[in-house]
Write a protein that binds this ligand. Sequence first.
Ligand SMILES: Cc1ncc(C[n+]2csc(CCOP(=O)(O)OP(=O)(O)O)c2C)c(N)n1
Ligand SMILES: [Mg+2]
Length: 938
Amino acid sequence: MSGSSLASRWNLDAIEAAYRDWKQDPDSVSESWRHFFEGFELGQGATAPSDDISAQTGVVRLIYGYRNLGHYLAQLDPLSDARASHPLLELSEFGLTPADLDRSFAAAPFVGLTRATLRELIDVLRQTYCHTIGVEYMHILDTPIRRWLQERMEKGRNLPRFSNEKKHWLLNQLHYATLFERFLHSRFVGQKRFSLEGAEALIPILETVVERAASSGAREIILGMAHRGRLNVLANILRKPYQELFAEFEENYLPQSQDGDGDVKYHLGFSSDRTTAGGAQIHLSLSPNPSHLEAVDPVVEGRCRAKQWLFRDTERRLGIPLLIHGDAAFAGQGLVAETLNLSNLQGYRTGGTIHVIVNNQIGFTTAPADARSTAYCTDVAKMIQVPIFHVNGEDPEAAVFVTELAVDFRQTFNRDVVIDMYCYRRHGHNEGDEPSFTQPLMYHKIKDRPPLTEIYTEKLILEGAITAEETTAMTEKFEGKLQAALEEIKTRPPEHMGMRGFSGRWRGLSPHVAHVPIKTGVALSVLQTVSDALAHRPESFEVHPKIAKLIETRKRDFDERKPVDWSCAELLAFGSLVVEGVPVRLSGQDARRGTFSQRHAVLYDMDSGESYYPLASIAPDQAPFSIYDSLLSEAAVLGFEFGFSLDSPNSLVLWEAQFGDFANGAQVIIDQFLVCSSSKWQRDSGLVLLLPHGYEGQGPEHSSARIERFLQLCGEDNIQVCNPTSPSQYFHVLRRQMKRGFRKPLILMTPKSFLRHKLVVSPIDELTDGHFHEVIGDSAVDPDAVRRVLFCSGKVYYDLYEKRATEGIRDVALVRIEQLYPFPLDPLREAFQRFRKAKEWIWVQEESLNMGAWSYMEPRLRTLISSIKYVSRDTSASPATGSRTIHVREQQELVEIALRGAAPHLVRAFPLQKRRPEPGPNDGRLQDQEQAVEVKPV
Ligand SMILES: Cc1ncc(C[n+]2csc(CCOP(=O)(O)OP(=O)(O)O)c2C)c(N)n1
Ligand SMILES: [Mg+2]
């Protein structure tokens, strides 16, 4: 039994019983008891009346009490006094009295102290656990980790003992932080900068992370942070040239090398290479981020993971994620919990994130009491069993001290660690805000609070560590630098403005979309190799009989050159890419098997449960194939994969939603990163979203991937939205993603029921030859006989196709739009030409009129044909009916009307009686049915 668990189960009766046993026969008790009693007797001169045992036991419990709860008494808040006492830390709680204070006890569990009076012991406990550092770590169940922390904290009583040189360094850091803000304040009056003032210790904390991480072998730190102090961090940690920062503040600032719309200065990213004071090289990269607090967290994790993967950093010590949070955001945003939840998962771990909370005890105007239901803003982090260091940001030495400990902890245990730096916000939320409207008392205190630099300078002068002249010289030197930089930009604006995209791994790729089709067929021999590998498994590896049969059938079908289905085409696409040296990474809920039991990319042995990845075992020189079942999150996982794609442009990275509509749980990532990171930050991504979509009577939530929302987000060739209807189209669009000279996110509507639809198969020669078709015209009809052309996208095509076949209809053509965005203008023009004799042109969608692609397609199709009409489900609040019967009825009507009825037409099984009529999007503009079709030149 370990000492700590022993004590946590302490029970007086048990101790006494064990003590009696030990007295009779020392070997009759466990080793830890034996050590304890030996030490105890030593201390007691071999006399142990039972009240002494009781007092000694109390002393041990007291040590554990302080380890556990000491943080409640720590002096953490610069604005108020610490709690004087805590009921659970009163002497009486441990069966002790003031009369015991001067008695000597064995202090054994406390590291580095064998005997002490109770008074002395309480002193060291308070120094260690209740001074300006409060630490929570006793929730960590792993004994070696607790021991390690105790060793580090108790031996030196958590007291920094810094050399004069280090104190000078620290003061300098604080000067940088303070003077930078003051300079901005005085030179760019009234401009928003989200000042760091009140939280200046953040700069030495971050600088310590950089130094310490670099000296422990790290080569890269990827940072994510919000607005607070970001400019300060850019200048003083990332060393973004002051000239560039100042230029962004200038009235007439125009970013010079910017494509797209850019972003405000306190969201921009930056990266730089630094040589640390210790002489090590380290790359720092601050991720650009949107206003949405904490949204950048998983993105940073994904970026870091990609780098670790590319550098084969299997120990995850070379690259470290560093996330800086606000107190209100850390407690409030669910994404924080989701991101913490990534930290120990095989597919997502990054070897430990260093979290720093700038805990200014306010969020905009909201006080902690309104911002959280927890004692600390960091409580959510306890779920992953990592230490949480609360530190008073007005004790910069303590802040640096815990940071060193935190970095060492991360590098030793590869776990997350949290530094909660208590501080305050000197001004309002931004510089234009008046904080005393809402926090009069707090701001009264803050007004009287001297800046940290002053407090620390005075302390060092009093200690004799520095002279007043030396500090003045420090200040003047730094101010001189800032002034010189400002003067420089007045005469010569800096050359490299904005983010520098398309370098490093992105070199050779273009920011611009090219629309020319690209050949993506694969030699039959390669497909055969992949197919063989899919059927292979280690000897005596017994898969489930149904899976064995599926594999066997798939192989036989391929060998006999039968058409392939959707899942097979997908596996062949992945397999061909990895064989060609393109890594593939797919994650999503239940992605390994596939939600619809369609993929089986991982096989499991029925006896041992062991797994086997056929696509990772095709050839020795192939690229990696990784597939992960994700945690049950959308936002964090999509953010992570987006981040991964940013740093690995030459890998195919895919995220699969369980059902397409769940993507809305990641809407922040879609809206703020996926569709606009290129425009805001010149950062492209080739991420693929697989979103099961299609109306099959499964109810409101399992029908629609909300294609309309993605289409609404399209602009400036930012993303690709495709809805492929055949396995070969899916195969080619996946491969195309990696074969073109640019990377843009690909939003793919993917099937459910037609994973097993008899018509949804492709002959193998469609995989060996050709490319992705943005539009598929109808080769089955005689164009001259066609009177009606139906445009559609996705699954409804098969419903129309089957009905047309059974009815023997020959005058209706079906044109499939396989790529909705970028809009396939040329191929559509060709389709119009082909069917120019037709009389009716109708868009058919199974989605409701206010959903689906119609409102996106209408104005675009209208540029080609002004008389375009629609057939669709009626406008509705929810995407689909909950009744399968109603669904079937609606679907039948939709298909019948589309093929034979009059358009425009809205389908609704049970029209709502009292609804106010709504004008359809093209009511009032409808062409006369008889009017001749007019094909407009574009
Ligand atoms: C998701 C989200 N909700 C709301 C906001 C608006 N907002 C910006 S800063 C802020 C307060 C943040 O407080 P805190 O996290 O403590 O950081 P601080 O500004 O105090 O440093 C709020 C509500 C936002 N940016 N993002
Ligand atoms: Mg705050």
